[in-house]
Design a protein around this ligand. Structure first.
Ligand SMILES: NC(=O)c1ccc[n+]([C@@H]2O[C@H](COP(=O)([O-])OP(=O)(O)OC[C@H]3O[C@@H](n4cnc5c(N)ncnc54)[C@H](O)[C@@H]3O)[C@@H](O)[C@H]2O)c1
Length: 337
């Protein structure tokens, strides 16, 4: 039985990934610091659900605490590490930038050190569509230059990509970095738009809509996203013998077993259409509070998802109305509203 260490296992994406891996016969070792960036109770509930599975175990600890992470990694000897724990959130990085340096830079370095010492078969780590920063050419392809991050969050994730490339090169450590595009779905994050909009609409309180609603996002349904991660686990990059060996459209490094892969729906959805779908599911109209663009935010994201398809044969496919319906149903059930 192959063992996967999932950091951020009590988080939104980590929880869904762990569930899928357990269903598929992996042993999953979770690691999460249960930070209070958002309601810790939802994280506890996610871990409780995972703990019902005999092949799941977890440890509470902070990434910055190398001893704790290292002890777990050496005891469990995972074949694969999927590193999802991070200080996430674009807007919060203006309020508390240090949390991003600690978790995303120091923390990710600690994960890389464990992966190197264990020579894992594959290290996979979360980056973000935010690394495309001020780029305007759409859809965003992995081959674009990403030198204009607009927030410290994006900058730490871009730094993670660079750090990981160096370790992949130096230690021949097969490494995949995912660039996720606005992930949504049941058990989602309370700080993200879908959660806040649903709560506001059901409670009848105003929802803040930035840039007067002129926003577009490539919304990616969480089950599709974790399916993509699952398939990429088996697509560990191999250092090419020569640059000519790199297939067209592949982001594989010429000097390391390293690539970055977008995981997005490959669709650009107008925020107002997304809100209309939530209103339809809630059976109520939103009280809309139109606001200017937020500092550090971008008006649009849209993934070129063709590399994921080329590597795995898989393309995310859940239409946003269906994903929204599943989220609202979960929300009503969870909060009994
Ligand atoms: N959700 C999205 O739309 C999205 C988009 C792009 C990238 N990402 C990235 O995907 C990953 C997972 O995101 P998510 O949406 O599941 O977020 P999440 O906040 O729900 O999950 C992250 C988990 O990491 C844990 N954590 C945070 N800091 C930690 C630390 N210093 N030590 C130990 N544990 C810590 C938290 O307790 C949390 O459970 C993150 O790396 C995030 O940056 C997410």
């Amino acid at each position: 039985m192959r063992t996967v260490l999932v950091t951020g296992s009590a988080g939104f994406i980590g929880f869904h990934l762990a569930q899928l891996l357990l269903e598929e016969g992996f042993r999953v070792v979770g690691f999460d610091g249960m930070t209070d960036y958002y309601d810790v109770r939802i994280k506890q509930r996610r871990h409780q659900m995972l703990l019902q599975h005999p092949h799941f175990s977890c440890t509470e600890g902070m990434l910055e605490d190398f001893e704790s992470l290292h002890a777990l990694a050496m005891a469990e000897k995972p074949d694969v590490i999927v590193h999802l724990a991070a200080q996430a959130g674009v807007r919060y990085s203006l309020e508390n930038p240090r949390a991003y340096i600690d978790a995303n830079l120091i923390g990710t370095f600690n994960v890389m050190e464990c992966a190197r010492e264990l020579s894992v078969d594959h290290l996979l780590m979360a980056s973000t569509s935010s690394v495309y920063g001020a780029n305007t050419e759409m859809p965003f392809g992995e081959d674009q230059k990403c030198d204009t991050p607009l927030t410290l969050y994006a900058a730490t994730k871009k730094a993670n990509e660079a750090m990981a490339h160096s370790y992949a090169h130096l230690w021949n450590l097969p490494t995949t970095m995912f660039r996720f595009f606005t992930v949504y779905g049941p058990w989602g994050r309370p700080d993200m738009a879908l959660f806040k909009f649903t709560r506001g609409i059901l409670e009848g309180t105003p929802i803040d809509i930035y840039n007067d609603g002129e926003m577009y996002r490539d919304f990616t349904y969480v089950s599709d996203l974790v399916r993509g991660i699952r398939l990429l686990i088996d697509a560990a990059p191999v250092r090419p013998d020569a640059p000519e060996d790199i297939a067209e459209g592949d982001s594989l490094s010429p000097v390391a077993p390293f690539r970055v892969v977008n995981i997005g729906n490959g669709d650009k959805v107008r925020l107002m259409d997304f809100i209309t779908a939530i209103e339809a599911e809630c059976g109520r109209e939103a009280v809309k509070n139109f606001m200017p663009m937020q500092q550090g935010d971008v008006p649009a994201t849209w993934a070129d998802a063709s590399l994921l398809k080329a590597l795995t044969g898989y393309a995310p496919q859940t239409p946003f109305r269906e994903g929204v319906a599943r989220f609202v149903a979960w929300y009503r059930d969870y909060y009994r509203v």
